[in-house]
Design a protein around this ligand. Sequence first.
Ligand code: FAD
Ligand code: DHB
Length: 392
Amino acid sequence: MRTQIGIIGAGPAGLVLAHLLHLEGIDAIVIEDKSRHYIEHRLRAGLLEQGSADLLIETGVGARLQKERMYHKGIYLKFNGRLHRIDFEALVGQGVMIYAQQEVIKDLVAARLEAGLPLYFEAGDVAVSDLKGARPKIRFTHQGKKQEIECDYIAGCDGFHGICRPSIPAGDLQLFDRDYPFAWLGILAEAPQAKEELVYTHSERGFALLTMRTPELSRLYLQCPRHDDIAAWPDERIWEELRARTAGGEGWHLPEGPIVQKGITPMRSFVVEPMQYGRMFLAGDSAHIVPPTGAKGMNLAIADVRVLARALAAFYKSGRSDLLENYSRTVLRRVWKVQRFSWWMTHLTHLYDSDNQFDRRRQLAELDYVTGSRAAALTLAENYVGLPMEWE
Ligand code: FAD
Ligand code: DHB
């Protein structure tokens, strides 16, 4: 087989890239190692920046998103038992929306298959080669048959545990990372929301986040020790902890209901530089991971491939290669700003295992400052709704 762009991974990065390239008249083949059902039901992020949503709408894959999204004009920060609202619309004239990642995936997969464009599921033994040559290759097995694709370029969109990044010689990459002493325990519960917008709560028992999927389905997260086993968290313990952490304020009530899914996700910050090796570009989680506190993982993956699609389009239309050469430098500027914000939101809201009372007082003062100062709230709002795109 032969294609212009071989895309490995059908997550937000790979599928949005394939979609944007198709609109530019550029051929691509997408290779995914999981099944269609698996990727359409994998429970992950839920919050879209306006810019990500606008892109999906403007490029014709946002019809269901427009109908089903839950638009939010702001968020709440809760600490010392009191709610404080950050009004994004008033501060920066934009909001954010809840529309689950697996719904974005369903919309993009449907559009691609309806257009009859190539997307291979359940590909085995995926490998890349000749990355420094003129015709890099992807090899994989599909329905028992060995396949080979010759490409102009490869896009490594295969997430943190994929094969693209490890195919680059270690000496050619610089890794930057930071682990956190905690993880997030996430649940999906058949219960309405306590508030109409997200509530990020800091308490002396740790962090909790109340978010949602539909008016009847809540998504709730709890900070827990990094190596906790989900077996240690029976449903009643989860509700007890959520109740205790979010308590306080007049008329406050946390609605409860059956837990239909639960899991623990470790938290890390990770960046690899550069995000290119020969004719392979890395995009999304294959090149960087952010802690989920800023709700940025999916949005950052989409921002990466917007830059990549534009650079590839310039190359095929006018032979311009400077945008491609600058891809890594361009996207890393955003990546590092988003890393900084996600790290900061994590430090602002989580409880660190420290006896240092100075740090505790400083953290509470920072929460007080962020919710009391227009300048500080503006900084949070500007980052949370999504920084403007930088194209070169
Ligand atoms: P992915 O979505 O990981 O897509 C990569 C794709 O490549 C996958 O479909 C994978 O199956 C496929 N793949 C992997 N290896 C291969 C291979 N060898 N060959 C072919 N295909 C391969 N972000 C938030 O903002 N909020 C959250 O609450 C949140 N929760 C998360 C929970 C979990 C468990 C995880 C893992 C991530 C979470 N994230 C969250 C982050 C967010 O979901 C990611 O940032 C986003 O999915 C990145 O998109 P991507 O396309 O780069 O990678
Ligand atoms: C969601 C996840 C996040 O990490 C976040 O910061 C906000 C919302 C969500 O799953 O809805």
